[in-house]
Write a protein that binds this ligand. Structure first.
Ligand code: BGC
Ligand code: BGC
Length: 457
Protein backbone atom coordinates (compact mmCIF):
# COMPACT_ATOMS: atom_id res chain seq x y z
CA UNK A 1 0.00 0.00 0.00
CA UNK A 2 1.26 3.50 -0.70
CA UNK A 3 2.75 4.87 2.53
CA UNK A 4 1.06 8.26 2.18
CA UNK A 5 4.24 10.36 2.17
CA UNK A 6 3.06 11.62 -1.23
CA UNK A 7 -0.02 10.99 -3.34
CA UNK A 8 0.76 8.00 -5.60
CA UNK A 9 -0.81 8.03 -9.06
CA UNK A 10 -2.16 5.36 -11.35
CA UNK A 11 -4.62 4.40 -14.03
CA UNK A 12 -7.16 1.56 -14.17
CA UNK A 13 -8.97 -0.86 -16.46
CA UNK A 14 -11.27 -3.86 -16.03
CA UNK A 15 -11.10 -7.28 -17.64
CA UNK A 16 -14.41 -7.43 -19.53
CA UNK A 17 -14.06 -3.85 -20.70
CA UNK A 18 -10.67 -4.32 -22.41
CA UNK A 19 -9.59 -7.94 -22.86
CA UNK A 20 -11.67 -9.43 -25.66
CA UNK A 21 -10.39 -12.95 -26.37
CA UNK A 22 -13.54 -14.32 -24.77
CA UNK A 23 -13.08 -17.78 -26.25
CA UNK A 24 -9.31 -17.95 -25.88
CA UNK A 25 -7.39 -20.39 -23.72
CA UNK A 26 -10.41 -22.05 -22.17
CA UNK A 27 -12.13 -18.97 -20.73
CA UNK A 28 -15.62 -19.75 -19.49
CA UNK A 29 -18.74 -17.65 -20.12
CA UNK A 30 -19.42 -14.67 -17.85
CA UNK A 31 -22.72 -12.99 -17.02
CA UNK A 32 -21.66 -10.01 -19.13
CA UNK A 33 -21.29 -12.23 -22.23
CA UNK A 34 -24.82 -13.49 -21.65
CA UNK A 35 -26.35 -10.14 -20.73
CA UNK A 36 -24.79 -8.20 -23.62
CA UNK A 37 -26.03 -10.83 -26.08
CA UNK A 38 -29.62 -10.06 -25.09
CA UNK A 39 -31.18 -7.51 -27.45
CA UNK A 40 -31.81 -4.10 -25.90
CA UNK A 41 -29.34 -4.36 -23.03
CA UNK A 42 -26.41 -2.40 -24.50
CA UNK A 43 -26.92 0.95 -26.22
CA UNK A 44 -25.06 0.09 -29.43
CA UNK A 45 -25.87 -3.61 -29.32
CA UNK A 46 -22.18 -4.51 -28.95
CA UNK A 47 -20.25 -6.51 -26.36
CA UNK A 48 -16.78 -7.34 -25.03
CA UNK A 49 -15.96 -10.11 -27.54
CA UNK A 50 -13.09 -8.06 -28.97
CA UNK A 51 -13.09 -4.91 -26.81
CA UNK A 52 -9.53 -3.47 -26.88
CA UNK A 53 -8.02 -6.88 -27.60
CA UNK A 54 -5.84 -6.41 -24.53
CA UNK A 55 -5.71 -10.18 -24.14
CA UNK A 56 -3.23 -10.03 -27.01
CA UNK A 57 -1.97 -6.44 -26.71
CA UNK A 58 -1.16 -6.27 -23.01
CA UNK A 59 2.52 -5.50 -23.69
CA UNK A 60 1.58 -2.45 -25.75
CA UNK A 61 -0.80 -1.40 -22.96
CA UNK A 62 1.95 -1.79 -20.38
CA UNK A 63 4.16 0.45 -22.55
CA UNK A 64 1.41 3.06 -22.50
CA UNK A 65 1.14 2.92 -18.70
CA UNK A 66 4.92 3.17 -18.38
CA UNK A 67 4.94 6.14 -20.76
CA UNK A 68 2.78 8.02 -18.27
CA UNK A 69 5.37 7.48 -15.54
CA UNK A 70 2.67 6.31 -13.13
CA UNK A 71 3.26 4.38 -9.92
CA UNK A 72 0.33 1.98 -10.34
CA UNK A 73 -1.72 0.10 -12.89
CA UNK A 74 -4.99 -1.22 -11.54
CA UNK A 75 -6.43 -4.10 -13.60
CA UNK A 76 -9.00 -6.77 -12.89
CA UNK A 77 -8.95 -10.52 -13.21
CA UNK A 78 -11.67 -12.35 -15.09
CA UNK A 79 -12.94 -15.08 -12.80
CA UNK A 80 -14.12 -17.23 -15.78
CA UNK A 81 -10.59 -17.27 -17.22
CA UNK A 82 -9.25 -18.80 -14.03
CA UNK A 83 -12.18 -21.06 -13.11
CA UNK A 84 -14.31 -21.55 -16.24
CA UNK A 85 -17.11 -23.18 -14.24
CA UNK A 86 -16.76 -20.70 -11.37
CA UNK A 87 -15.39 -23.31 -8.99
CA UNK A 88 -13.48 -26.56 -9.20
CA UNK A 89 -11.32 -26.92 -12.26
CA UNK A 90 -8.54 -24.31 -12.62
CA UNK A 91 -7.58 -23.14 -16.12
CA UNK A 92 -3.86 -22.47 -15.85
CA UNK A 93 -3.73 -20.74 -19.24
CA UNK A 94 -5.96 -18.04 -17.77
CA UNK A 95 -3.55 -17.58 -14.87
CA UNK A 96 -0.65 -17.53 -17.34
CA UNK A 97 -2.17 -14.45 -18.96
CA UNK A 98 -2.26 -12.47 -15.70
CA UNK A 99 1.24 -13.68 -14.96
CA UNK A 100 2.38 -12.07 -18.21
CA UNK A 101 0.49 -8.87 -17.43
CA UNK A 102 2.07 -8.58 -13.99
CA UNK A 103 5.58 -9.26 -15.32
CA UNK A 104 5.13 -6.78 -18.16
CA UNK A 105 4.25 -4.10 -15.61
CA UNK A 106 7.06 -4.91 -13.21
CA UNK A 107 9.63 -4.96 -16.02
CA UNK A 108 8.56 -1.41 -16.83
CA UNK A 109 8.71 -0.19 -13.25
CA UNK A 110 4.93 -0.05 -12.70
CA UNK A 111 3.36 -1.57 -9.59
CA UNK A 112 0.37 -3.87 -10.26
CA UNK A 113 -2.85 -3.59 -8.24
CA UNK A 114 -5.30 -6.44 -8.87
CA UNK A 115 -9.08 -6.38 -8.54
CA UNK A 116 -10.66 -9.81 -8.16
CA UNK A 117 -14.21 -8.93 -9.14
CA UNK A 118 -15.13 -6.25 -11.63
CA UNK A 119 -18.54 -7.73 -12.46
CA UNK A 120 -17.75 -10.70 -14.73
CA UNK A 121 -19.24 -13.55 -12.69
CA UNK A 122 -18.91 -17.03 -14.26
CA UNK A 123 -22.29 -17.86 -15.81
CA UNK A 124 -22.56 -21.30 -14.13
CA UNK A 125 -22.54 -19.53 -10.75
CA UNK A 126 -25.30 -17.17 -11.87
CA UNK A 127 -27.30 -20.19 -13.03
CA UNK A 128 -26.96 -21.55 -9.50
CA UNK A 129 -28.30 -18.32 -7.97
CA UNK A 130 -25.51 -15.80 -8.50
CA UNK A 131 -24.94 -13.33 -5.67
CA UNK A 132 -28.28 -14.38 -4.17
CA UNK A 133 -26.78 -17.72 -3.21
CA UNK A 134 -24.46 -18.19 -0.25
CA UNK A 135 -22.34 -20.60 -2.32
CA UNK A 136 -21.13 -17.68 -4.45
CA UNK A 137 -19.17 -15.86 -1.70
CA UNK A 138 -17.70 -19.22 -0.72
CA UNK A 139 -16.62 -19.84 -4.33
CA UNK A 140 -15.23 -16.30 -4.47
CA UNK A 141 -12.89 -16.96 -1.55
CA UNK A 142 -11.63 -20.15 -3.25
CA UNK A 143 -11.08 -18.24 -6.48
CA UNK A 144 -9.18 -15.51 -4.56
CA UNK A 145 -6.91 -18.16 -3.11
CA UNK A 146 -6.12 -19.66 -6.52
CA UNK A 147 -5.24 -16.26 -7.96
CA UNK A 148 -3.19 -15.25 -4.94
CA UNK A 149 -1.21 -18.48 -5.05
CA UNK A 150 -0.09 -17.56 -8.55
CA UNK A 151 0.39 -13.78 -8.34
CA UNK A 152 0.82 -13.05 -4.64
CA UNK A 153 4.62 -13.07 -4.84
CA UNK A 154 4.50 -10.03 -7.13
CA UNK A 155 1.20 -8.25 -6.42
CA UNK A 156 1.02 -6.53 -3.05
CA UNK A 157 -2.20 -4.54 -3.42
CA UNK A 158 -5.46 -6.47 -3.75
CA UNK A 159 -9.03 -5.25 -4.16
CA UNK A 160 -11.73 -7.83 -3.66
CA UNK A 161 -14.71 -6.10 -5.30
CA UNK A 162 -15.11 -3.13 -7.56
CA UNK A 163 -18.29 -1.17 -6.84
CA UNK A 164 -20.44 -3.87 -5.30
CA UNK A 165 -23.23 -1.26 -5.43
CA UNK A 166 -23.33 -1.67 -9.21
CA UNK A 167 -23.19 -5.47 -9.02
CA UNK A 168 -26.05 -5.55 -6.50
CA UNK A 169 -28.33 -2.64 -7.37
CA UNK A 170 -27.76 -2.21 -11.12
CA UNK A 171 -27.58 -5.99 -11.56
CA UNK A 172 -30.45 -7.18 -9.35
CA UNK A 173 -32.79 -4.17 -8.85
CA UNK A 174 -32.47 -1.76 -11.79
CA UNK A 175 -31.62 -4.58 -14.21
CA UNK A 176 -29.39 -2.35 -16.37
CA UNK A 177 -26.26 -4.38 -15.70
CA UNK A 178 -25.72 -8.16 -15.77
CA UNK A 179 -27.45 -10.36 -14.77
CA UNK A 180 -30.27 -7.91 -15.58
CA UNK A 181 -32.70 -8.89 -12.84
CA UNK A 182 -35.34 -6.50 -11.48
CA UNK A 183 -36.20 -8.00 -8.16
CA UNK A 184 -36.05 -5.09 -5.74
CA UNK A 185 -35.11 -6.63 -2.41
CA UNK A 186 -32.84 -9.09 -4.19
CA UNK A 187 -30.29 -6.28 -4.44
CA UNK A 188 -29.93 -6.16 -0.65
CA UNK A 189 -29.42 -9.90 -0.52
CA UNK A 190 -26.78 -9.63 -3.22
CA UNK A 191 -25.16 -6.79 -1.27
CA UNK A 192 -24.77 -8.91 1.85
CA UNK A 193 -23.32 -11.83 -0.08
CA UNK A 194 -20.92 -9.54 -1.92
CA UNK A 195 -19.65 -8.23 1.43
CA UNK A 196 -19.40 -11.73 2.78
CA UNK A 197 -17.35 -12.70 -0.29
CA UNK A 198 -15.11 -9.72 0.34
CA UNK A 199 -14.62 -10.71 3.99
CA UNK A 200 -13.91 -14.38 3.29
CA UNK A 201 -11.53 -13.59 0.44
CA UNK A 202 -9.75 -11.01 2.56
CA UNK A 203 -9.35 -13.49 5.40
CA UNK A 204 -7.98 -16.09 2.96
CA UNK A 205 -5.48 -13.69 1.39
CA UNK A 206 -4.28 -12.49 4.76
CA UNK A 207 -3.77 -16.03 6.00
CA UNK A 208 -1.75 -16.87 2.88
CA UNK A 209 0.15 -13.60 2.65
CA UNK A 210 1.03 -13.29 6.29
CA UNK A 211 2.85 -10.19 7.37
CA UNK A 212 5.95 -10.96 5.30
CA UNK A 213 3.95 -11.11 2.07
CA UNK A 214 2.93 -7.46 2.43
CA UNK A 215 -0.56 -8.34 1.30
CA UNK A 216 -2.91 -5.36 1.58
CA UNK A 217 -6.53 -6.20 0.87
CA UNK A 218 -9.20 -3.59 0.36
CA UNK A 219 -12.51 -3.00 -1.36
CA UNK A 220 -13.40 -0.39 -3.96
CA UNK A 221 -16.72 1.38 -3.41
CA UNK A 222 -18.52 3.98 -5.49
CA UNK A 223 -19.38 6.08 -2.49
CA UNK A 224 -21.06 9.39 -3.19
CA UNK A 225 -21.84 12.67 -1.51
CA UNK A 226 -25.63 12.93 -1.36
CA UNK A 227 -26.82 16.49 -1.83
CA UNK A 228 -30.42 17.30 -1.09
CA UNK A 229 -31.12 20.85 -2.24
CA UNK A 230 -34.66 21.10 -0.87
CA UNK A 231 -36.08 20.10 2.46
CA UNK A 232 -38.50 17.63 0.80
CA UNK A 233 -35.50 15.63 -0.37
CA UNK A 234 -33.76 15.24 3.00
CA UNK A 235 -35.47 11.99 3.94
CA UNK A 236 -34.84 10.45 0.54
CA UNK A 237 -31.21 11.63 0.78
CA UNK A 238 -30.83 9.71 4.01
CA UNK A 239 -32.35 6.58 2.46
CA UNK A 240 -30.07 6.85 -0.56
CA UNK A 241 -27.06 7.34 1.73
CA UNK A 242 -28.08 4.11 3.48
CA UNK A 243 -28.08 1.94 0.35
CA UNK A 244 -25.30 3.72 -1.48
CA UNK A 245 -22.75 4.32 1.31
CA UNK A 246 -23.66 2.89 4.71
CA UNK A 247 -24.60 -0.59 3.55
CA UNK A 248 -20.87 -1.14 2.87
CA UNK A 249 -19.16 1.12 5.39
CA UNK A 250 -21.21 0.28 8.49
CA UNK A 251 -20.50 -3.45 8.55
CA UNK A 252 -16.83 -2.79 7.74
CA UNK A 253 -16.37 -0.11 10.39
CA UNK A 254 -18.87 -1.24 13.04
CA UNK A 255 -19.82 -4.82 12.25
CA UNK A 256 -23.52 -3.89 12.04
CA UNK A 257 -26.34 -2.76 9.79
CA UNK A 258 -28.05 0.17 11.52
CA UNK A 259 -31.77 0.77 12.02
CA UNK A 260 -32.03 3.46 9.36
CA UNK A 261 -30.53 1.09 6.82
CA UNK A 262 -32.77 -1.79 7.92
CA UNK A 263 -35.85 0.37 7.30
CA UNK A 264 -34.81 0.83 3.66
CA UNK A 265 -33.40 -2.68 3.33
CA UNK A 266 -35.49 -4.97 5.60
CA UNK A 267 -33.96 -8.04 3.95
CA UNK A 268 -30.78 -7.30 5.92
CA UNK A 269 -32.64 -8.13 9.11
CA UNK A 270 -33.46 -11.63 7.84
CA UNK A 271 -31.59 -14.16 10.02
CA UNK A 272 -31.68 -16.63 7.12
CA UNK A 273 -29.58 -14.16 5.14
CA UNK A 274 -27.39 -12.53 7.80
CA UNK A 275 -26.20 -15.52 9.80
CA UNK A 276 -24.30 -15.62 13.06
CA UNK A 277 -20.68 -14.67 12.44
CA UNK A 278 -21.28 -12.86 9.14
CA UNK A 279 -21.06 -9.33 10.48
CA UNK A 280 -18.10 -10.23 12.67
CA UNK A 281 -16.32 -11.56 9.58
CA UNK A 282 -17.01 -8.35 7.63
CA UNK A 283 -16.02 -6.09 10.53
CA UNK A 284 -12.45 -4.75 10.03
CA UNK A 285 -11.90 -6.91 6.93
CA UNK A 286 -10.48 -4.10 4.74
CA UNK A 287 -6.94 -2.76 5.16
CA UNK A 288 -7.88 0.21 2.99
CA UNK A 289 -10.98 1.60 1.34
CA UNK A 290 -11.02 2.53 -2.33
CA UNK A 291 -13.38 5.22 -3.57
CA UNK A 292 -14.54 5.64 -7.15
CA UNK A 293 -15.94 9.10 -7.67
CA UNK A 294 -17.56 10.58 -10.74
CA UNK A 295 -20.50 12.72 -9.65
CA UNK A 296 -22.61 13.68 -6.64
CA UNK A 297 -26.15 12.35 -6.14
CA UNK A 298 -28.97 14.92 -6.10
CA UNK A 299 -32.19 13.46 -4.72
CA UNK A 300 -34.21 16.60 -5.61
CA UNK A 301 -34.03 15.71 -9.23
CA UNK A 302 -35.94 12.50 -8.75
CA UNK A 303 -38.32 13.84 -6.10
CA UNK A 304 -39.45 16.41 -8.61
CA UNK A 305 -40.23 13.80 -11.26
CA UNK A 306 -41.86 10.76 -9.66
CA UNK A 307 -42.19 8.72 -6.47
CA UNK A 308 -38.80 8.08 -4.82
CA UNK A 309 -37.05 4.74 -5.16
CA UNK A 310 -33.86 4.77 -3.04
CA UNK A 311 -32.16 1.81 -4.68
CA UNK A 312 -32.52 3.21 -8.15
CA UNK A 313 -32.22 6.88 -7.26
CA UNK A 314 -28.75 6.36 -5.88
CA UNK A 315 -27.20 6.63 -9.30
CA UNK A 316 -27.81 8.94 -12.24
CA UNK A 317 -28.56 7.12 -15.44
CA UNK A 318 -30.24 4.08 -13.95
CA UNK A 319 -33.73 5.33 -14.55
CA UNK A 320 -35.37 7.10 -17.48
CA UNK A 321 -36.76 9.76 -15.14
CA UNK A 322 -33.31 11.08 -14.27
CA UNK A 323 -33.54 13.78 -16.86
CA UNK A 324 -32.81 16.96 -14.95
CA UNK A 325 -29.19 16.87 -13.90
CA UNK A 326 -27.49 20.25 -13.34
CA UNK A 327 -24.85 21.55 -15.76
CA UNK A 328 -21.98 21.20 -16.46
CA UNK A 329 -22.12 17.54 -17.37
CA UNK A 330 -19.82 15.03 -19.04
CA UNK A 331 -20.78 13.25 -22.23
CA UNK A 332 -22.47 10.48 -20.20
CA UNK A 333 -24.74 13.05 -18.56
CA UNK A 334 -23.12 13.09 -15.13
CA UNK A 335 -22.81 16.42 -13.33
CA UNK A 336 -19.24 17.69 -12.93
CA UNK A 337 -18.47 18.74 -9.37
CA UNK A 338 -14.93 18.31 -8.11
CA UNK A 339 -15.84 19.54 -4.61
CA UNK A 340 -17.87 16.33 -4.29
CA UNK A 341 -14.62 14.37 -4.30
CA UNK A 342 -13.21 16.34 -1.37
CA UNK A 343 -16.54 15.89 0.40
CA UNK A 344 -16.74 12.14 -0.10
CA UNK A 345 -13.15 11.68 1.09
CA UNK A 346 -13.83 13.78 4.18
CA UNK A 347 -17.14 12.03 4.91
CA UNK A 348 -15.67 8.56 4.43
CA UNK A 349 -12.70 9.35 6.69
CA UNK A 350 -15.20 10.32 9.39
CA UNK A 351 -16.98 6.98 8.97
CA UNK A 352 -14.10 4.54 8.78
CA UNK A 353 -10.59 4.72 10.12
CA UNK A 354 -8.65 3.31 7.17
CA UNK A 355 -6.29 4.72 4.53
CA UNK A 356 -8.26 5.82 1.48
CA UNK A 357 -7.34 5.39 -2.19
CA UNK A 358 -9.22 7.08 -5.02
CA UNK A 359 -9.36 4.03 -7.28
CA UNK A 360 -11.29 5.62 -10.16
CA UNK A 361 -12.05 9.11 -11.32
CA UNK A 362 -12.47 10.29 -14.87
CA UNK A 363 -14.80 11.65 -17.51
CA UNK A 364 -16.58 10.58 -20.66
CA UNK A 365 -15.92 13.33 -23.20
CA UNK A 366 -16.69 14.07 -26.84
CA UNK A 367 -13.12 13.57 -27.95
CA UNK A 368 -12.07 15.03 -31.25
CA UNK A 369 -9.70 13.30 -33.62
CA UNK A 370 -8.12 16.40 -35.16
CA UNK A 371 -5.44 14.75 -37.27
CA UNK A 372 -3.61 11.48 -37.62
CA UNK A 373 -2.11 10.80 -34.20
CA UNK A 374 -3.83 13.74 -32.47
CA UNK A 375 -6.91 13.58 -30.26
CA UNK A 376 -8.10 16.70 -28.45
CA UNK A 377 -9.84 16.20 -25.09
CA UNK A 378 -9.46 19.47 -23.21
CA UNK A 379 -12.60 18.81 -21.17
CA UNK A 380 -11.00 15.69 -19.72
CA UNK A 381 -7.84 17.61 -18.82
CA UNK A 382 -9.88 20.20 -16.94
CA UNK A 383 -11.93 17.51 -15.21
CA UNK A 384 -8.86 15.57 -14.09
CA UNK A 385 -6.94 18.71 -13.06
CA UNK A 386 -9.81 19.89 -10.85
CA UNK A 387 -10.41 16.48 -9.27
CA UNK A 388 -6.73 15.93 -8.56
CA UNK A 389 -6.71 19.33 -6.88
CA UNK A 390 -9.76 18.25 -4.85
CA UNK A 391 -7.75 15.28 -3.56
CA UNK A 392 -4.88 17.60 -2.63
CA UNK A 393 -7.37 19.70 -0.65
CA UNK A 394 -8.48 16.64 1.32
CA UNK A 395 -4.86 15.68 2.02
CA UNK A 396 -4.06 19.22 3.15
CA UNK A 397 -6.97 18.93 5.60
CA UNK A 398 -5.41 15.79 6.99
CA UNK A 399 -7.56 13.13 5.31
CA UNK A 400 -5.40 10.02 4.86
CA UNK A 401 -5.78 9.58 1.11
CA UNK A 402 -2.78 7.90 -0.44
CA UNK A 403 -3.53 7.33 -4.09
CA UNK A 404 -5.36 8.74 -7.10
CA UNK A 405 -6.15 6.51 -10.07
CA UNK A 406 -7.53 7.76 -13.37
CA UNK A 407 -10.34 5.89 -15.07
CA UNK A 408 -9.25 4.79 -17.63
CA UNK A 409 -6.21 3.94 -19.78
CA UNK A 410 -8.14 3.00 -22.93
CA UNK A 411 -11.45 3.82 -24.56
CA UNK A 412 -13.30 0.59 -23.86
CA UNK A 413 -16.58 -1.30 -23.50
CA UNK A 414 -18.55 1.04 -21.25
CA UNK A 415 -21.08 -1.55 -20.00
CA UNK A 416 -24.67 -0.60 -20.86
CA UNK A 417 -23.35 2.29 -22.96
CA UNK A 418 -21.35 -0.04 -25.23
CA UNK A 419 -18.63 1.83 -27.11
CA UNK A 420 -20.61 5.08 -27.27
CA UNK A 421 -18.96 6.68 -24.24
CA UNK A 422 -15.20 7.16 -24.06
CA UNK A 423 -13.28 7.67 -20.81
CA UNK A 424 -9.76 6.81 -22.06
CA UNK A 425 -6.46 8.66 -21.90
CA UNK A 426 -5.80 6.69 -25.07
CA UNK A 427 -8.12 6.63 -28.07
CA UNK A 428 -8.80 3.32 -29.76
CA UNK A 429 -9.73 2.88 -33.35
CA UNK A 430 -11.89 -0.21 -33.03
CA UNK A 431 -11.47 -1.15 -36.69
CA UNK A 432 -7.77 -1.92 -36.29
CA UNK A 433 -7.19 -1.49 -32.52
CA UNK A 434 -4.73 1.33 -33.13
CA UNK A 435 -3.96 3.16 -29.89
CA UNK A 436 -3.50 6.94 -30.00
CA UNK A 437 -2.64 8.80 -26.79
CA UNK A 438 -4.93 11.81 -26.36
CA UNK A 439 -3.92 15.29 -25.21
CA UNK A 440 -4.89 14.26 -21.67
CA UNK A 441 -2.27 11.50 -21.81
CA UNK A 442 0.52 14.01 -22.46
CA UNK A 443 -0.96 16.30 -19.81
CA UNK A 444 -1.02 13.53 -17.18
CA UNK A 445 2.56 12.47 -18.00
CA UNK A 446 3.55 16.11 -17.41
CA UNK A 447 1.75 16.20 -14.07
CA UNK A 448 3.54 13.03 -12.97
CA UNK A 449 6.92 14.55 -13.94
CA UNK A 450 6.19 17.84 -12.19
CA UNK A 451 5.04 16.17 -9.01
CA UNK A 452 8.07 13.91 -8.80
CA UNK A 453 10.56 16.72 -9.52
CA UNK A 454 8.98 18.96 -6.89
CA UNK A 455 9.63 16.14 -4.40
CA UNK A 456 13.30 15.81 -5.25
CA UNK A 457 14.01 19.57 -5.24
C1 BGC B 1 -24.18 3.20 -16.74
C2 BGC B 1 -23.00 2.29 -16.85
C3 BGC B 1 -21.98 2.61 -15.78
C4 BGC B 1 -22.64 2.53 -14.44
C5 BGC B 1 -21.72 2.74 -13.28
C6 BGC B 1 -24.70 3.17 -15.33
O1 BGC B 1 -25.66 4.11 -15.18
O2 BGC B 1 -25.18 2.78 -17.62
O3 BGC B 1 -22.44 2.39 -18.11
O4 BGC B 1 -20.90 1.75 -15.82
O5 BGC B 1 -23.71 3.43 -14.39
O6 BGC B 1 -20.75 3.68 -13.52
C1 BGC C 1 -16.83 1.37 -13.15
C2 BGC C 1 -16.15 1.32 -14.48
C3 BGC C 1 -16.90 2.19 -15.45
C4 BGC C 1 -16.85 3.60 -14.96
C5 BGC C 1 -17.57 4.60 -15.81
C6 BGC C 1 -17.26 2.73 -12.76
O1 BGC C 1 -18.54 2.67 -12.26
O2 BGC C 1 -16.03 0.77 -12.18
O3 BGC C 1 -16.09 0.00 -14.89
O4 BGC C 1 -16.41 2.09 -16.74
O5 BGC C 1 -17.42 3.68 -13.71
O6 BGC C 1 -18.93 4.29 -15.86
Amino acid sequence: MPDGSRLELGTATASYQIEGGVADDGRGVSIWDTFAARPGTVRDGRDGTVACDSYHRYAEDADLVAGLGLDWYRFSIAWPRVLPEGSGRVETRGLDYYDRVVDALLERGVKPAATLYHWDLPQPLEDAGGWLARETPAAFADYAEVVYARLGDRVGLWATHNEPWCAAYLGYAAGVHAPGRREGGAAHRAAHHLMLGHAWASERLHSLGGSAGGCDVGIVLNLAPIRPGRSEAVELADQIDAVRNRVWLDPLAQGAYDDGLLRVAPELADPGLVRPGDLEAIHDSADWVGINYYTPVRPDVVVAGRPPHPERDAYPGTDPFDLVVPEPRTAIGWEIDATGLTDVLRETAARIDRPLLVMENGAACSDEVIAEGRVADDDRIIYLRDHLAAVDVARAEGVDVRGYVVWTLLDNFEWAEGYTKTFGLVHIDHTDQRRTPKASYAWLAGVVRERSSSLTE
